[in-house]
Design a protein around this ligand. Structure first.
Ligand code: FRU
Length: 486
């Protein structure tokens, strides 16, 4: 049996029951998942691959898991697509992306990791870019692999940190960006080009971290939005900066102008993509009608949390549609989610004072919009996934325009970050909060997606209450739907 057949046999024999997992967020069939990979539309279906280790709830030799959807919300698990089974990827098939070949096949471009022992006993790690092509279900690694070897990098660039290729087609050419480190050890994104997906030429350093935005840059993605270009990267080891960036791994967007002569991005601004505790390794696709959809791994490398009894670990965010307006990168759940809304509860101009529940507003799988229209108050909070001993909370501090998050009482008694606060960056007359819950996660979209906050938690699924508290009087509109897949 090949390593891939073995992984798929294991997956089929140990598949976790649907009832034990989120409803519409992608999770692994069994075992461990991290980064989204190969997020693409191929033959009319949305494909999502991901970093996958079926055999345990921990990171291990990386495979590519695979699922498909017609609409980004209802996903079907497929057999794993790649396993580490060649000399050049024996230590793992790391993150990468997908694109269609000239003859209509689906190409998966990924990082093959190879580890060898040097004579002095130390380990040599090589990360090189590899290609597999297939029909949407089965993939074959090409004989030309690795298609970009470390030897093709300019002198001094790291051979150990050269990963996560994101490939796209522009005119007749393919382009690829990958994470890399320069001579000084700083993170950067390198650009390559090819006519046929197997012969690649180094082009440029598209952008670098300038010693400021973390160290190694992982999982780059690069695309045009209006007359600007956006580079998404996930830096490791970021230093916090007020409430804008936090310590550790996070995903940021560099927005600016792309100079097609020098193949460099001149950045005008750098923004954090998500203020939450669990969000990393973004990847996007573009739909036929031009929508740019982003997905991310909803977890943090420094806080791998889950109940001990759970046989799966890791989930994706809801796919989010990106738009760039007046320099603000908005993100909102894909509009397809709205098809799955049921049981509407709509209240307008309702006064909230003290602590209250609103009839029909409870549950763990839902889409809730709360618009605070005004009133006389200092602080307004919403607690959810709540029972007598557990709750998760967002609290709006009006005077200093902050939203504070608290998952201290989630039932997870590990010493992980439980509280985080974010500034409301562009306060509007009213505050609009859209909260997407799916059993173990909350994604908050602020003022039509101008900011987002994602976090996971594990209060018992029976904790279903939602409670509002206001220290004065607030006038609100509430729009709440259950999300149901059949
Ligand atoms: C990001 C990352 C990638 C790498 C993958 C390995 O989370 O570290 O850089 O390809 O995970 O699983």
């Amino acid at each position: 049996m090949t390593p891939l057949e073995r992984a798929n046999q294991y997956q089929d024999g140990h598949r976790i029951k649907k009832e034990e997992k989120p409803v519409f967020h992608v999770t692994p069939p069994v075992g461990w998942m991290n980064d989204p990979n190969g997020f693409s539309v191929y033959q009319g279906k949305v494909h999502l691959f991901y970093q996958y280790h079926p055999y345990s709830e921990e990171w291990g030799p990386m495979h590519w898991g695979h699922c498909i959807s017609d609409d980004f919300i209802d996903w079907k698990e497929l057999p794993a697509a790649l396993a580490p089974d060649q000399e050049y990827d024996a230590a793992g098939c790391f993150s990468g992306s997908a694109v269609e070949t000239a003859d209509g096949r689906q190409a998966l471009v990924y990082t093959g990791v190879k580890e060898t022992q040097r004579e002095d006993g130390t380990k040599e790690v090589l990360q090189q870019q590899c290609l597999a092509t297939g029909d949407g279900i089965c993939y074959n690694k090409v004989k030309e692999n690795p298609i970009i070897s470390c030897g093709q990098l300019p002198d001094g660039f790291s051979k150990e940190d050269f990963r996560d290729p994101k490939v796209w087609k522009e005119g007749e050419r393919y382009y690829l960006v990958a994470g890399s480190r320069n001579k000084q050890g700083n993170g950067q994104v390198v650009l390559f080009t090819s006519e046929n997906l197997t012969d690649w030429k180094y082009v440029s350093v598209l952008a670098d971290n300038q010693g400021r935005y973390g160290t190694m840059w992982e999982c780059p993605d690069f695309f045009q939005m209006g007359n600007k270009h956006v580079l998404l990267v996930s830096p490791m080891d970021m230093q916090a900066d007020g409430k804008e960036f936090h310590n550790g791994n996070q995903s940021i967007a560099l927005i600016g102008n792309y100079d097609r002569k020098t193949f460099r991005l001149a950045k005008e601004q750098v923004v954090l993509l998500d203020y939450g505790t669990d969000f990393y390794a973004t990847q996007t696709l573009q739909t036929k009608n031009g929508r740019r959809i982003m997905i991310a791994w909803m977890q943090s490398w420094d806080m791998i949390i889950q109940p001990a009894s759970q046989r799966w670990n890791g989930m994706m965010t809801v796919p989010r549609e990106l738009t760039l307006k007046d320099g603000v990168l908005y993100q909102n759940p894909v509009r397809e989610l709205e098809k799955y809304r049921t049981d509407p509860v709509l209240c307008s101009n309702r006064e909230i004072s003290g602590t209250c529940m609103v009839p029909g507003v409870q549950g763990r799988v839902l889409d809730l919009t709360l618009e605070i229209l005004g009133g006389d108050f200092k602080q307004f909070s919403i607690q959810f996934a709540k029972d007598e001993t557990h709750f998760i909370q967002f609290c709006y501090q009006r005077a200093n325009q902050k939203i504070e998050y608290d998952r201290t009482y989630s039932g997870m008694v590990r010493d992980v970050v439980c509280q985080r606060s974010m500034p409301v960056k562009k306060p509007e007359k009213t505050l609009k909060l859209r909260l997407i819950l799916d059993i173990f996660s909350a994604e908050l979209f602020i003022n039509d997606g101008a900011q987002a906050f994602s976090s996971i938690y594990f209060t018992p699924p029976s904790a279903q209450d939602i409670v509002f508290t206001c220290d004065g009087k607030a006038l609100v509109n509430i729009e709440k739907y259950k999300i149901a897949l059949n």
